[in-house]
Design a protein around this ligand. Structure first.
Ligand SMILES: [Zn+2]
Length: 159
């Protein structure tokens, strides 16, 4: 859908909100805790970052569709976080040889800024750490397969 945009940029777009969380955390602008992460992971600011990234990409690649794709990829992070969050801390016990999550956490994605209602469907509150890992690797392999199939088809069509 956006052949001008390198794969690395497309992948980076999906990770921008987490990168912002790290930057804002280091700068002391936001801190994981009761306020959630409104500047990087709030619904409102996620829409803003998605629009900004989309406009930048559209300008950089002189392609509106490239901008749409990059913007939607940035926002896809919020959608998947909405399904999976809150993510309880995981730990591994050498004694029982078991990997598990701590106690379930309350929703942690703010709609607006600090103090606004927080949302999150909490998938990771209801599946085990092992199931979550299988799910994530499964999605990664599925995505790789879809991309690989597409690239092969395109190469074959090119000959
Ligand atoms: Zn995130």
């Amino acid at each position: 859908m956006a052949p001008r945009v390198p794969l690395g940029i497309l992948l980076a777009a999906t990770w921008i909100l987490d990168a912002l969380a790290i930057v804002f955390g280091l700068a002391g602008i936001e801190k994981a805790g009761s306020a959630g992460l409104p500047w990087s992971h709030g619904l409102f600011m996620s829409v803003i970052w998605s629009v900004v990234a989309g406009l930048l990409a559209a300008r950089l690649y002189r392609d509106r569709r490239a901008g749409m794709v990059v913007g939607l990829l940035v926002f896809s992070h919020w959608v998947l976080d909405f399904v999976s969050h809150p993510i309880p801390f995981s730990s591994f016990s050498w004694r029982s040889w078991q990997w598990s999550y701590g106690h379930p956490l309350p929703s942690d994605l703010p709609l607006l800024f600090a103090g606004s209602p927080k949302v999150g469907l909490g998938l990771y509150n209801s599946i085990s750490a092992v199931e979550a890992t299988i799910l994530e690797f499964g999605l990664f392999i599925l995505g790789g397969a879809v991309y690989g199939t597409y690239v092969m088809k395109k190469k074959r069509a090119g000959r």
